[in-house]
Write a protein that binds this ligand. Sequence first.
Ligand SMILES: *[C@@H]1O[C@H](CO)[C@@H](O)[C@H](O)[C@H]1NC(C)=O
Ligand SMILES: *[C@@H]1O[C@H](CO)[C@@H](O)[C@H](O)[C@H]1NC(C)=O
Length: 288
Amino acid sequence: MDVMNVFLLFLLVPLRVRLVSANAKAAATPKLPVYGYDMVDVTLTANPGDLKGEKRVLVDGLATQGECDMMLDLAQVGAKPDIEGSHWYSEYEIFEGLEVLQAAQLAQQGAVPIDSAEKLLTLSDKARRFVLGYFGLPELYLTYTHLVCRTADANSTDDRTDLSHPVHADNCQLDLSDFSCPQVHPLYTPRHYSAVLFLNDGFKGGEFFFAHNKNFSAQSRVKPKCGRLVGFSSGEENLHGVQAVLSGRRCVIAMWYTMDRRYREESRQEARKLLQSLQKPLETKSEL
Ligand SMILES: *[C@@H]1O[C@H](CO)[C@@H](O)[C@H](O)[C@H]1NC(C)=O
Ligand SMILES: *[C@@H]1O[C@H](CO)[C@@H](O)[C@H](O)[C@H]1NC(C)=O
């Protein structure tokens, strides 16, 4: 054994002892179980048991307040009604959305900061990595990313009985006559997992809920707040909906994922390229 090895051993022994004692300390303090994937500042809020479904998870801390504010500002400028109309899901709510490429194009026009469009990409990718890790999947790709807001209209009342988003599954077409849920090609089947990153609270109503099959009553509910993420598999095992937004504005990043790379969201690449090209002129200038 040469001098260098002895020196390394000397260094390693105390380090190992320190690691072991740190682990023992962590084990002694009550800590939330870690399910497959650990991310700094992301804490488990409800597990499959709490949410009453095997492939469901709820965490907090996936986005900071600053990041939520960036996304809310981006939605304020860029989220627009669907071509189907502004009251797409409810007669009492305005539904507006923004896609990643649209966000990048707004940055190109100077309507929103480049950082905000970039943040929509990085936050949705962070959520993807969490879902991939938590559920222990071999691979997972975003297939669609939508920054959406639901705003109570002036005629919304507290005794409304409609939903902001009716009970549905994300990858099959629920048939109300027999409660079957056939996978209808080509729109639905490539979705394997879904997640919603909540961006705010301070509105009335708007809880996300998982629903029982057949009677559609709530099995478990999720109160939106900045940085909270609910993730779940996209099949009929996870029927879900959104309660009416009675007043105010509720914004989220809604995400659908696929394990089949053929269905990756192509526009993410385009958005990233566009954002990179927007950064370039500055670099070129500084070189002159
Ligand atoms: C509420 O007002 C909007 C227009 O702001 C209208 O489109 C919608 O039909 C109204 N809803 C009801 C139930 O009257
Ligand atoms: C709905 O169905 C579930 C499961 O079948 C049952 O446990 C629950 O009590 C039902 N809820 C209502 C409101 O009927």
